[in-house]
Design a protein around this ligand. Sequence first.
Ligand SMILES: [Zn+2]
Length: 234
Amino acid sequence: MSCAVWQAAFVVLASPWYRCRACFRRATPVRYLLIDDAKKVAACVDPAEAHLVLAKAKEEGVQLVAVLTTHHHYDHAGGNEEMTKQVPGIRVYGGRLDNVAACTDPLEHSDKFNIGSIEVCALHTPGHTRGSICYHCYDATDNQGLVFTGDTLFVAGCGRMFESTPEDFHNSLVNVLGALPPETQVYVGHEYTVKNLQFAVAVDAANKDLEQMLGWAQEQKAHTAVSGERVRRK
Ligand SMILES: [Zn+2]
């Protein structure tokens, strides 16, 4: 997988069988475009700012065929209506229990569908909301899949528990997401890594691994800030 800054807000992530455009903007969830280059089709994940995703798909020369909604909160599903207006026929996926805006394909645990030749499996992961769905995407020829986790799982933390029990949330994190192959790339809904690790270090001060990871995360953030600044000046 390669990773490079494309412009102030976008990062490109790639493997042999997919490309993923990620849009990071301060205080908003991360938006993703999952692209099958061979078939020139793409899915967007939580495109709450529809205009950004539409412009990016146009620039990439790909046809948007699906919206993957991780959960019903407005900062994730708020662009779904606009997407269906701008892209007639687009499929909008979301958890059956979540009442996702403009949903055309309500999902249960283990439901499967395709984005071009990319296979997608819905993982029902209640905890943050009752109907939260994580999307496990993979290719039959490559074991290294990826998963979009919305507000269920972040790097070094998880979302707030709004609509489920601690037992359900624990099961989602440990038994559902924890059962994915260890090589799985995780694409989270918000970038809270440093804050999560600062909290973890505060409650487990003797843990040297946490301290080391916090240093790494702070370093990564510094790189991103420097790159973004450089691009904005062009
Ligand atoms: Zn949320």
